[in-house]
Design a protein around this ligand. Structure first.
Ligand code: G1P
Length: 299
């Protein structure tokens, strides 16, 4: 095993090759990562989180039809010029700032063979140090005084080395939606040593109710394990299985993060996220209250 403890987490990988079938027809012709939450696409939240967690490079693992994600993080000189000419300086600056957030690199995943395969596609760009992984469907919101969720995992890696996953307790009947870990507590609050993990177990076979949420810090050793994978749950190459195999040569930490998670890949959770975020903004909260009032009065 190569120790990467103490090495800065400079890159964050975003698997964005998926088709977004849970959100059709909205995602028929736009990537699911470009579905907006209030006034910015889902991927914008993930990239902000990575940058605020200290990452400089964003590695997109994309597929056919996903160019608009790369374009979103590129300069749009015509738009900036037009906005400036119309006196909309603030908007012009906002649009320009999106391109300056991070260096965006991309690589293609030619076939939808699973999350483990997607991460392996990023090997050439991520193999030199520990790197973050953000699944952008899971939008993580933290309060002003709380570090972003990825930063919470980076702290664990910087302190203890090894691989790190974000954990949340879920109702037992939901274990078949997630990677589930078998854990033992450490002295550090919220931090567990993972002894075993299994992808999407049925409730009666789940080793606990702690589920892996869409944030990881991985060391480049993971690529060796990803290359040796056999197909797992759902007939796909699973990142969970590679992390299990990596337990042989390095620790895996599970951290029960502080923050709220919204799985924006479904209509129900997306609408919940939209309302929750809107309620935090005075002008938008007033609109929601007005609409609820009108609804209560039967219009
Ligand atoms: C993936 C992972 C799973 C994890 C989940 C979190 O599953 O394979 O271990 O719990 O993300 O959202 P997916 O939702 O892509 O099926």
């Amino acid at each position: 095993m190569t120790s990467t403890k103490g090495r800065h987490v400079e890159k964050c990988l975003f698997p964005v090759a998926g088709m977004g079938t849970r959100f059709l027809p909205a995602t028929k012709d736009i990537p699911k990562e470009m579905v907006p939450l209030i006034d910015r696409p889902l991927i914008h939240y993930g990239v902000d989180e990575a940058v605020a967690s200290g990452c400089r490079d964003v590695v997109l693992v994309t597929s056919r039809g996903k160019q608009s994600i790369e374009d979103y993080f590129d300069r749009s000189l015509d738009l900036e010029r037009t906005l400036a000419e119309r006196g909309k300086k603030e908007l012009a600056e906002l649009v320009k700032s999106i391109a300056g957030k991070a260096r965006v690199l991309s690589v293609r995943q030619a076939e939808p063979l699973g999350l483990g395969h997607a991460v392996l596609c990023g090997e050439a760009l991520c193999k030199y140090g520990p790197f973050g992984v953000i699944l952008p469907d899971d939008v993580m919101i933290t309060g002003e005084d709380t570090p972003p969720v990825l930063a919470q995992l980076v702290r664990v890696h910087e302190t203890y080395g090894g691989n790190v996953v974000a954990l949340e307790k879920v109702p037992r009947q939901q274990t078949s939606r997630y990677g589930i870990v078998d854990v033992e507590p450490t002295g550090d609050p919220g931090l567990f040593a993972v002894r075993d993990l299994v992808e999407k177990p049925e409730p009666e076979k789940a080793p606990s109710e702690y589920a892996i949420m869409g944030r990881y810090v991985l060391t480049p050793d993971i690529f060796k394990h990803l290359k040796n994978l056999e197909k797992g749950a759902g007939g796909e190459y699973q990142l969970t299985d590679a992390m299990k195999s990596a337990l042989d040569d390095q620790p895996l930490w599970g951290y029960v993060y502080s923050g709220r998670r919204y799985d924006c890949g479904t209509r129900e959770s997306w609408i919940r996220a939209t309302v929750a975020l809107a309620l935090e903004q005075d002008d938008l909260r007033a609109i929601i209250e007005e609409e609820l009032d009108l609804y209560a009065k039967g219009r």
